[in-house]
Design a protein around this ligand. Sequence first.
Ligand SMILES: [Cu+2]
Length: 178
Amino acid sequence: MEHSQSSPLWRRSATAVACAAVLGVGAAVAPAVAGIAFNFKSDLRDFAPAAAGPFDGARAKLTLVANDSTKAVFVVHGVDTAVAGRTFGAHLHVGPCVAGSGAAALGHYNHSTTTPLTVNDQTEIWLDITIDDEGNAQSDAAVDWAPAPGARSVVIHANPTAPDGTAGARLACLPVEW
Ligand SMILES: [Cu+2]
């Protein structure tokens, strides 16, 4: 890990993530060194607002610390406990998070330069979540590159992520923009 300079900041973020009561640390955390450290926190946006789903009314937070590498922590609260024990795929997508439009999120953010793209948990940011008995979940990812700024999203899917990166229908998203 080349996070030695930013690790104090990271630990502070991690502490906040671990405690649901302090979920509201705020918007952007000023970077202590070169690079970025953000907390994105909001209600999830529903891709099918007219239909009932397990993430209706749920909220989430992504903590993203990126220098030359990236550490991401994804926390979700308020999920329907009827799906406790189930795992849902979640990934950083290139496009924005738009309620009612799963397509707007575009594809996975992928760092590889191969043709076709190399798809795995080191070329993309995968954050699959398993819902606990209280309707909460947390996951994390670490990759040795940093995503470019933009209006992006963390998309939650209906199924766990398969080795080829697919995870079924798009259910909801968290907007992440920096
Ligand atoms: Cu995805």
